[in-house]
Ligand binder design. Structure first.
Ligand SMILES: *Cc1c(COP(=O)(O)O)cnc(C)c1O
Length: 361
């Protein structure tokens, strides 16, 4: 069976060495040495100043909303994973959906301003598939209307925008280190900001608001991560350059098959981006063809995924909006193809052949 994704695993003795270390000092969680080491190494690798390792990418989003003290309406994208919207609702705010751009699949900045009113407090946008939003334009709109900007950068480890880590943009960026993501710590998430005050606030929030043993500096929750998770993150970080390189060459191999097909459109990444090749989406001409390809692949034990379907604006706990015309169209016709470290050239070729055969029938 070929799934859309297979978690990366380091050599087991590499993980075991960390486990022995954890057993030796008997420090399992609560900001232990491996969590610290992971935070330092991530900052070093990305050449950034601030990063907090938290329990998962969803609580990272909740921290961002809470720390910025957001209220009322948050402008967001309908085309993302459910956590982007659920965290807004969970924090007591209202998601207001803005349609996506047909090339990048990211929120369309030119449609944002018409949704801004006196209740709008922020823009929460996802860099879909690891491909950055139009950050400059979003920043300009945010400054003009005095809004905060949060980026759900869960797909973005390794992506650079204008020669800097994409995590450096927005008031806060968040990421996920879930097992299915490009770099993972089994479960895990990250919070990034260039504002040391925000980082300090979230560091306290993730530890119940503790300020020393018997004092609390504000409302907190448990958003910590453990030594075992940090250990997996550290092991995997050693392979990150190979992981990025492998995804790039796999994507190029798919491209060779699909470049000339008039029935398939591929993701276009702008030239100020150094892309991480986190996903390999293809957009078909019609919903019917998309479903046929999905089915034919499945009959061959190959599981593509409809990222992202359904649209978040169709969730039953949000106010449904039906003016997301582009998003509505893309969500019916997009498939993400298998892309992971252990995938072989032969498998890529087989997947591509099945798709092209379906298209030519
Ligand atoms: C994976 C993902 C999340 C959630 O991350 P978890 O670590 O699983 O909580 C949020 N947003 C997007 C876009 C994601 O892909």
């Amino acid at each position: 069976m070929i799934n859309v994704n297979k978690p990366f695993l380091p050599k087991s003795d590499e993980y075991q060495r960390y486990v022995d270390q954890i057993f030796n000092i008997n420090w399992l969680t609560n900001n232990g040495p491996l969590v610290n080491e992971f935070e330092l190494k991530i900052k070093d690798y990305l050449k950034i100043n601030h990063f907090l390792f938290v329990s998962n990418g969803t609580i990272a989003l909740q921290f961002a909303i809470k720390a910025l003290d957001l209220k009322g309406e948050i402008i967001t994208t309908p085309f993302s994973y459910v956590a982007t919207t659920s965290s807004i609702v969970w924090e007591g705010c209202t998601p207001i959906f803005v349609d996506i751009d047909s090339k990048s699949f990211n929120i369309n900045p030119s449609k944002i301003e018409e949704k801004i009113n006196e209740n709008t407090s922020a823009i929460l946008a996802t860099h879909v598939y690891g491909n950055p939003c139009d950050i400059d334009q979003i920043q300009e709109i945010a400054e003009k209307h005095n809004l905060k900007v949060i980026y759900d950068a869960s797909h973005c480890f390794g992506t650079q925008y204008k020669n800097r880590s994409v995590f450096e943009y927005g008031d806060i960026s968040t990421t996920s280190f879930h097992a299915t993501k490009l770099l993972h710590s089994i479960e895990g998430g990250g919070v990034f900001s260039n504002d040391p005050q925000l980082i300090k606030k979230i560091a306290s929030m993730r530890n119940f608001g503790h300020d020393g043993e018997n004092k609390f500096s504000g409302l907190g929750i448990n958003g910590k991560n453990s030594e075992f998770h940090a250990a997996m993150g550290l092991c995997n970080l050693n392979y990150i350059d190979n992981i990025l390189e492998k995804r790039k060459s796999d994507s190029f191999r798919y491209n060779l098959w699909f470049d000339k097909s008039e029935d398939i459109s591929l993701l276009k990444v702008n030239n100020i981006t150094s892309f991480n090749y986190a996903y390999y989406p293809i957009v078909l001409k019609t919903k019917k063809i998309c479903e046929k390809i999905y089915k034919d692949l499945k009959e061959n034990n190959i599981y593509a995924r409809r990222y992202f379907y359904p649209l978040l604006s169709d969730l039953d706990y949000v106010e449904n909006s039906n003016d997301n015309i582009v998003a509505n169209e893309i969500t019916e016709k997009v498939l993400c193809l298998p892309l992971y470290y252990q995938l072989t050239n032969e498998e890529i070729d087989m997947i591509a052949r099945i798709i092209l055969r379906t298209l030519n029938n």
